[in-house]
Design a protein around this ligand. Structure first.
Ligand code: HEM
Length: 447
């Protein structure tokens, strides 16, 4: 028997994928607090696909099968919409966010948002990113032990404040930066994260201190939108907000203030900690893999004709994907991994699982950037940015930022591991971060 209600119940019984674990409450707790070992453990026990049940009986299936993933990424979007609006992310980003919209509105927003994050416009940001990275490196001291995660957070937040929001007034810049850091710091605390997630899913709203701090960030963003609307030099400005203000959809309509707010918060939410964590993991991996570190350092200090730094970032995102899962809702029955799944099954795509699929990657748990030198990653097995019409719109931008920050750090700094053991994978909001903060010794540093 398989459930077919609208409540996203878990397929059960004969003909359904095996159920991973029994208690929904225990799975919810492990999913939020210990996600990586939980997901890897499910695949170890059950292979490509398993049913998962969360608290209050909701759930779905978790798949790491490249064939299932191909089917989901290439299906017409109306048959596999996102369910992010009903996830903990929904109330943060709002109803007019690329992350939560479906159908024609999703397409409209993608067309409006894509141009600044692609092609020459995007490449035009390279020098600004290098300057921001160097300002951070200038704060470092030769010989010190340093956690690189906070520094990478500062770099990627600065990139968003300057390049995306275009805030050039020092006081407004500092107010916004401070409010964002406070909000993200709050949601890092597991004791707050759990009730916040539960309230967001159950009632679709934010609660407590998270609500207060989020309102403060909102107010400052609305003020930026208002000020920028009255700017007289919009056409000459290069920041993303100014471009979005002048962008028009196919009917010649501009984005409303609410749409702009939701998309700015979305970019902040989706683009800041993700890129910072990927960079922190790159350094955590490199200091523990001397051959890769030698290769990357040589590339950073030369002209990198083979694209080694891109390969390092790609291998980091495979080996330590900062977003471990994404999801689709089935709007008609689908056959995945041989199981007939009913309409309304929530399908959790295991980015972490497929990125380590033993049939697609040799020695999947080893960090080996060489696997991507001169090789294009497989679109359905290397999926740190998801895929299909919902593929991350910041993927190219994040990889540009990754390459430039890696280059600037490795050009100027010689990094060494402090502890030989891998850092544990810890959850921070929706991303997986190095549990030790990517601690390194800065053996040498140049100007
Ligand atoms: C290493 C950095 C990043 C990673 C690993 C990452 C990962 C992801 C993933 C897994 C998704 C879901 C895709 C899917 O469901 O198929 C996504 C969506 C998205 N990301 Fe990223 N992201 C990164 C950086 C960025 C940046 C820098 C931005 C903004 C400039 C951004 C903006 C977005 C947006 C707006 C979406 C929603 C797309 C849609 O639903 O149409 N991300 N990202």
């Amino acid at each position: 028997m398989t459930a077919t209600t609208d409540r996203l119940e878990v397929p059960v019984g004969a003909g359904a994928p095996p159920l991973a674990g029994q208690s929904g409450a225990a799975m919810t707790f492990r999913w939020i607090t210990n996600q990586v070992p939980t997901i890897l453990g499910i695949h170890e026990r059950h292979g490509d696909i398993a049913s998962i049940r969360f608290a209050n009986g909701r759930g779905g299936v978790l798949t790491r099968s490249p064939d299932d993933i191909k089917q989901l990424f290439t299906a017409p979007p109306e048959l596999v919409p996102t369910s992010t609006a009903n996830s903990p992310i929904g109330p943060f980003v709002g109803e007019s966010s690329l992350l939560t919209l479906n159908g024609s509105q999703h397409l409209r927003h993608r067309k409006l948002l894509l141009p600044p994050f692609h092609g020459d416009r995007m490449r035009g940001y390279a020098d600004d990113i290098a300057t921001i990275a160097n300002t951070e490196i200038d704060r470092w001291q030769a010989g010190e032990l340093r956690k690189l995660q906070p520094g990478m957070q500062s770099v990627t937040l600065e990139v968003i404040l300057r390049i995306v929001f275009g805030v050039d007034d020092a006081a407004r810049h500092e107010a916004l930066r401070r409010a964002i850091v406070q909000l993200l710091g709050l949601t890092e605390r597991p004791a707050l994260l759990l009730p916040t997630f539960i309230a967001a899913v159950r009632w679709g709203k934010l609660i407590g201190p998270v609500k207060r701090y989020a309102a403060q960030v909102d107010e400052l963003i609305h003020r930026e939108i208002e000020l920028r609307r009255s700017a007289t030099d919009l056409e000459q400005r290069h920041d993303v907000l100014s471009m979005l203000l002048t962008a028009r959809d196919e009917d010649g309509e501009p984005m409303s203030d609410q749409e702009l707010r939701d998309e700015l918060v979305t970019i902040l939410f989706a683009g800041h900690e993700t890129t910072a964590s990927a960079l922190a993991w790159s350094f955590e991996r490199l200091v523990r893999t001397p051959a890769a570190m030698d290769l990357a350092t040589e590339a950073a200090r030369g002209s990198d004709p083979d694209g080694v730094l891109d390969a390092v970032f790609q291998e980091t995102l495979r080996n330590r994907p900062v977003v471990p899962v994404t999801a689709r809702l089935l709007k008609r029955p689908f056959t995945l991994s041989g199981y007939e799944l009913p309409k309304n099954t929530l399908t959790v795509i295991s980015i972490l699982g497929v990125n380590h699929h033993p049939a697609r990657f040799d020695d999947p748990h080893l960090f080996r950037p060489e696997r991507f030198i001169g090789e294009k990653p497989d679109a359905y097995a290397w999926i740190p940015f998801g895929g299909g019409v919902r593929r991350c719109i910041g993927a190219a931008f994040a990889q540009l930022e990754g390459r430039i920050v890696l280059r600037e750090v490795l050009r100027r700094a010689t990094l060494e591991a402090v502890h030989p053991a891998d850092e544990v994978r810890k959850r921070r909001n929706v991303t997986t971060v190095p549990g030790g903060g990517a601690l390194v010794r800065l053996a040498r540093l140049t100007d």
